[in-house]
Design a protein around this ligand. Structure first.
Ligand code: COA
Length: 175
């Protein structure tokens, strides 16, 4: 596998903004968590693809803590960039900010890391460019990445063991 030249975090910066409307919200007028997670996956995939310039699949999403609700009528803005890569995997940081469109008040509602794996048209894994962090924030995220990646692989082993333990049959056949 050959490796394309390293890229800066700037080159993968991606942004998505949307108005929050009633179909996006629950009975209490706040945005469904699943919708926020779908937006996170969406913008992170764009950033990862900008970096790799090949197709990517989501390998894992780190836990998402919903720190504040995103309200009906407010806007939600997600920003993402690639923080670190290894051989074929790409880590993306995503920040979700809600904005009260009338007052202009902005709140960080969630942050997350999403990991993708680069693949070619045949589904074969592909080497990805390395990352050149430039700013203090980019360097901070870059330096913490190997430890986050180690923990993810540890967690994957637990997930694999659970999947094996439960098998593919319906849970109700097991009780
Ligand atoms: C993700 C996937 C491509 C990994 O393939 P694999 O052959 O099992 O993985 P490998 O053990 O060879 O690892 C390949 C890379 O992925 C990384 N990786 C694999 N699983 C990971 C996870 N759960 N979290 C983070 N990174 C992961 C590995 O660290 C490795 O990175 P590196 O090449 O940079 O060192 C494969 O499991 C897959 O296709 N999963 C389904 C993806 C999908 O459909 N996503 C959409 C949601 S359904």
């Amino acid at each position: 596998m050959t490796r394309k030249p390293a890229k800066t975090c700037k080159e993968s910066r991606s942004i998505k903004a949307a108005l929050v409307l009633p179909p996006d919200t629950n009975n209490y007028g706040s945005m469904f968590g699943g919708r926020v997670m779908s937006y996170i996956d969406d913008i992170a995939a764009i950033a990862a693809t900008r970096h790799a310039r090949t197709s990517v699949v989501t390998a894992s999403t780190d836990s998402v803590d919903f720190l504040h609700p995103v309200r009906n009528g407010h806007s939600v803005c997600l920003e993402a960039f690639v923080t670190w890569t290894h051989r074929t995997s790409v880590e993306v940081f995503v920040k979700v900010v809600a904005e009260d469109m009338l007052s202009g008040a902005r709140t960080v509602c969630a942050t997350s890391f999403v990991t993708f794996v680069a693949i070619d048209v045949n589904g074969e894994k592909q080497m990805v460019p390395e990352v050149i962090p430039e700013t203090e924030l980019e360097k901070f995220l870059f330096e913490g990445a190997p430890e986050r990646a180690r923990k993810r692989l540890e967690k994957r082993e637990t997930s694999k063991a659970l999947a094996k333990r439960f098998g593919a049959q319906s849970l109700w056949q097991m009780v």
